[in-house]
Design a protein around this ligand. Sequence first.
Ligand SMILES: NC(=O)c1ccc[n+]([C@@H]2O[C@H](COP(=O)([O-])OP(=O)(O)OC[C@H]3O[C@@H](n4cnc5c(N)ncnc54)[C@H](O)[C@@H]3O)[C@@H](O)[C@H]2O)c1
Length: 328
Amino acid sequence: MRPEEWKTRILTTSDIKSVWNMKKSLQAVEDALRFIGEGELLQEKCQSLFPSEGNYSFLLPHPAYIRPWKVVGDKWLGCCDGNPPKGLPYTVGVTTINDAETMMPIAFMDAAYLTGMRTAAMAAMGAKYLARKDSEVLTMIGCGVQGETHISAICELNIFPLKKVQIYDVREEAMQSLKKYTEENYGLEVVPMSCVADAVHGGDIVCSVTTCRTPLIFDEMLVPGTHLVPTCLWDIDIKNILHNVDKWVLGNTQSDNWLQRPAAMVDADKVYTDLSEIVCGRKPGREKAEERTVMTHLGMGANDVAVSYQAYKAAIEAGVGFDVQIMS
Ligand SMILES: NC(=O)c1ccc[n+]([C@@H]2O[C@H](COP(=O)([O-])OP(=O)(O)OC[C@H]3O[C@@H](n4cnc5c(N)ncnc54)[C@H](O)[C@@H]3O)[C@@H](O)[C@H]2O)c1
């Protein structure tokens, strides 16, 4: 083939939404975790770039190579504090998927929507292996984008006999919107609470997905049997919780290198294992009803490339998106 004939599929957010859903995200993320455990998925944590055009912003590559699928890819994730006042999203990103044999680009696609999906799917995978199987009450602290995708991911797992969702946000309109979404889509009772402590009380699975950078959830709030899902991470009392729970599981040691920073002030020896070790069956997840468990994860390229490649395949099958001959 002449290089100018090579086709790269372009996929917009609406293209991806038309062929993709949370159930598929859960499957792609579980596959990625299993491949990591089997040594079939390689990923690097790269340094962020900090441009200085006035606002706090950073650009962070998320590369991964998935050997069984013969693809390699990279998500460029950008975050910019100055965006919301301009009507632009705080988080922006694009993903390139390449054929692993030739490195030729097979897809170029928006990454914002899939970032929301893969993050919640990863959190739900932690709950699948670590939360009590009789969990009935879900707590959601933070009712924004991740609040919605976390409820979707945990419900779509379809393994917990959930009866009630307790929610809290500093914005009343965010709580009302999440209540409507959850009742309409999952038929669960949703109770907006007046403070974090009330929302955590009685929660079997407790998620913290705010943009708050000071602790809202403290060790003493987590009773025996609780599973904590701190996707924001900075809104929990990190050191006391991670040092005191029975099992602290990491998304991925290599990706979660924030542990090495002195500012993290946590003892990496307290980590029980990586989630991929549990998914592969090498280590047990929850063993006792009264265990307090937590899974922390700051995002990894493995999940971005896994969901993006599977979404690309779904788009090809459905005839969605368009091709460009990028080298013509
Ligand atoms: N671990 C990962 O891989 C990963 C990936 C994506 C996002 N995140 C994190 O998830 C968090 C949520 O992201 P998002 O996209 O849903 O943001 P968002 O802005 O859509 O929602 C955040 C919500 O938190 C609420 N909030 C802020 N301060 C609060 C407080 N003190 N008490 C209660 N609620 C409060 C806001 O009102 C808002 O509704 C962010 O911290 C983000 O950095 C983590």
